[in-house]
Ligand binder design. Structure first.
Ligand code: GAP
Length: 445
C-alpha cells in the first residue's frame, strides 16, 4: 500500500464542499471574496478545535476566560497603535488594476513589477489601514466611528483589572479568549488560511517584569506540546523566531509556530513577549492606573505580557492538511484509493457512525435505538444507504473513528461489529458494553 499526503489545497477545498465542512460564503450570489461558511460537519469540527484550545487554557489553575465585545471604545485602537500603525503598503497596477502588498511580493521587491501582468506602470506604495470602520448610532458622523476589532487581545488588556480583582488571581496568571477578528487584508487567500473575517484564540499571560523571558520559553514549549497532543505531525511543525525587522510594534521578542501547509511552512500561531506596552498605553490613554499590587512583596508594577495567539480557522486548516491521506492499494481491477481523515478523535466531527446492514425494519429499529442511546454522549451519524463498504469509506473520508454495524446476528446475540477507522480491524461488542467501549477506545487513539 502507498500512502499519499495532501498535495494542494484544492483537494481539501473540494472535499470540504462535498462533505459539508466549509462552503464559500453567499455562494448562490457568486460568493464573497475570502469569506467562508462552516457547514454541518465543519461547524462540529470547529467547535471541537475551540473546545480543545479552551480546555487547554482555562482548565489550568492560573488562567481565566473572558468573552469581550467585538466593538470597543475607539480610543482603545489609538492606544494599541492600530489607528496609526496597523497598515500594509499597498500598490496599484495602473494597467491591469491589480492591488497587492508591496512588502511581500517577490516580483515587486526584485524588479518593481506587477505580480499579475508584469507591468512597471505602478503607483507609489501607500499605507492602507487594515481595520474595518463602521458607525455607531443612526448618524454617520466622524464622532460615531468604531472599528471591528482586528485582534481579540485588546479586550483582554482593558479587562485586566476586572479579571484580576474578580478572580483574585495573583500574577503570574493568564486570561484566555476566543472570538471573531476582522482585517481588511489586501491579499487574502489560500482557502481559510488568510481571510478578512476570522476567529482568534488568544491568551495573555501577565507576569512580573524580569520573569518574562522564562515564561516566554515555557509558553513556547506548552504550545508546541498542544499541537503534538492533538496529533499534528512533528515534522510538519517548526519555530520561526522573528528578527528585529519582523517584530510587531508592541513586541520585545516573538516566535511563530509554523505549520507545513501545502504552500509551504507558514505561520500558525504567534507567541509574543509584549512587555508592558499594552497596559502602559491603556493607562496613559485612559488616565487610570493599571498597576498591579504584589501583596507578598509590597510592590507595585505594570505586568509584562506573554501572548499566545492562534487563528481558529488556520488551525482547522492545519488539522485538515495533517489528517488527510490517500491509501492506494493495487488489486485485480487496477488501483483502489481509500481517502482517510486521520483526525484526532477529539477533533473529528463525528465519533461514531451507526450502519444497519440492511434497510429492513427489524435492523433499522435496533440501529436507531442505538443511535438514540449513543447521541447522549457522542456526535453520532446514522447512515442506511448504499453498500456497507461504501458507507465505511464515507466515514473514513470525514474522519469518523468508529463505525458500528448492526447485522442479522445482532437480533440474536445482541452484539454489533465495531470497525476501527485506521486499522480497519473489526470487533464484536455486546450492545450493553458499546458506550464504555467507545469511551475507552477513543482514549487509545
Ligand atoms: N494579538 C496578536 C495577534 O493578533 P497576529 O500574529 O497578527 O497576532 C495571530 O495573529 C494569529 O491569528 C495568526 O498566527 C493567525 O493564526 C491568525 N490570523 C491572523 N490574521 C489572520 C487572517 N487574516 N486570517 C486568518 N487567520 C489570521
Amino acid at each position: 500500500m502507498v500512502t499519499k499526503s495532501v498535495q494542494d489545497l484544492s483537494t481539501l477545498v473540494s472535499l470540504s464542499k462535498r462533505r459539508g465542512f466549509v462552503f464559500q460564503s453567499s455562494e448562490v450570489y457568486g460568493g464573497l471574496g475570502s469569506c467562508w461558511d462552516y457547514g454541518p460537519l465543519g461547524s462540529l469540527m470547529k467547535a471541537n478545535v475551540k473546545r480543545a484550545w479552551w480546555n487547554a487554557m482555562t482548565r489550568r489553575a492560573d488562567i481565566v476566560g473572558i468573552d469581550a465585545a467585538i466593538l470597543m471604545h475607539p480610543t482603545v485602537w489609538k492606544a494599541s497603535g492600530h489607528v496609526d500603525g496597523f497598515s500594509d503598503p499597498l500598490v496599484d497596477c495602473k494597467d491591469c488594476k491589480t492591488r497587492f502588498r508591496s512588502d511581500n511580493t517577490e516580483s515587486y521587491l526584485k524588479d518593481k513589477k506587477c505580480p499579475n501582468c508584469g507591468s512597471k506602470n505602478l503607483s507609489e506604495p501607500r499605507q492602507f489601514n487594515l481595520m474595518f470602520k463602521t458607525h455607531m448610532g443612526p448618524v454617520e458622523d466622524s464622532g460615531g466611528i468604531v472599528y471591528l476589532r482586528p485582534e481579540t487581545a485588546q479586550g483582554i488588556f482593558v479587562n485586566f483589572q476586572n479579571c484580576q480583582q474578580s478572580s483574585r488571581y495573583k500574577v503570574p496568571f493568564g486570561i484566555a479568549q476566543i472570538g471573531k477578528s476582522f482585517r481588511n487584508e489586501i491579499t487574502p487567500g489560500n482557502f481559510i488560511f488568510r481571510t478578512r473575517e476570522f476567529e482568534q484564540m488568544e491568551m495573555q499571560y501577565f507576569v512580573k517584569p524580569g520573569t518574562d523571558a522564562k515564561f516566554f520559553e515555557e509558553w513556547k514549549e506548552t504550545r508546541w506540546n498542544f499541537y503534538l497532543k492533538y496529533g499534528i505531525k512533528k515534522e510538519n511543525l517548526q519555530f520561526h523566531p522573528h528578527g528585529p525587522t519582523e517584530l510587531a510594534h508592541y513586541a520585545k521578542a516573538a516566535v511563530d509556530v509554523q505549520y507545513k501547509f501545502p504552500m509551504g511552512f507558514s505561520e500558525l500561531e504567534g507567541i509574543h513577549n509584549r512587555g508592558d506596552f499594552d497596559l502602559s498605553q491603556h493607562s496613559k490613554f485612559s488616565g487610570k492606573s493599571l498597576e498591579y499590587f504584589d501583596e507578598a512583596n509590597k510592590e507595585k508594577f505594570i505586568p509584562y505580557v506573554i501572548e499566545t495567539a492562534v487563528g481558529c480557522d488556520r488551525l482547522f486548516l492545519a488539522f485538515l492538511c495533517d489528517a488527510y491521506r490517500e491509501e492506494v492499494t493495487k488489486n485485480d481491477e487496477g488501483e483502489d484509493t481509500r481517502v482517510v481523515l486521520g483526525l484526532h478523535p477529539q477533533i473529528a466531527p463525528i465519533k461514531v457512525a451507526i450502519l444497519p446492514l440492511s434497510k429492513k425494519e427489524e435492523l433499522t429499529s435496533v440501529a436507531l435505538k442505538l443511535r438514540e442511546e449513543l447521541c447522549e454522549d457522542f456526535d453520532v451519524m446514522y447512515d442506511e444507504s448504499a453498500s456497507i463498504g461504501k458507507r465505511y469509506r464515507r466515514q473514513d473520508e470525514i474522519g469518523t473513528p468508529f463505525c458500528v454495524t448492526v447485522d442479522f446476528d445482532t437480533l440474536n446475540d445482541k452484539a454489533v461489529t465495531v470497525r476501527h477507522r485506521d486499522r480497519m480491524s473489526q470487533e464484536r461488542i455486546d450492545c450493553t458494553q458499546l458506550n464504555t467501549y467507545i469511551v475507552e477506545n477513543l482514549k487509545k487513539f
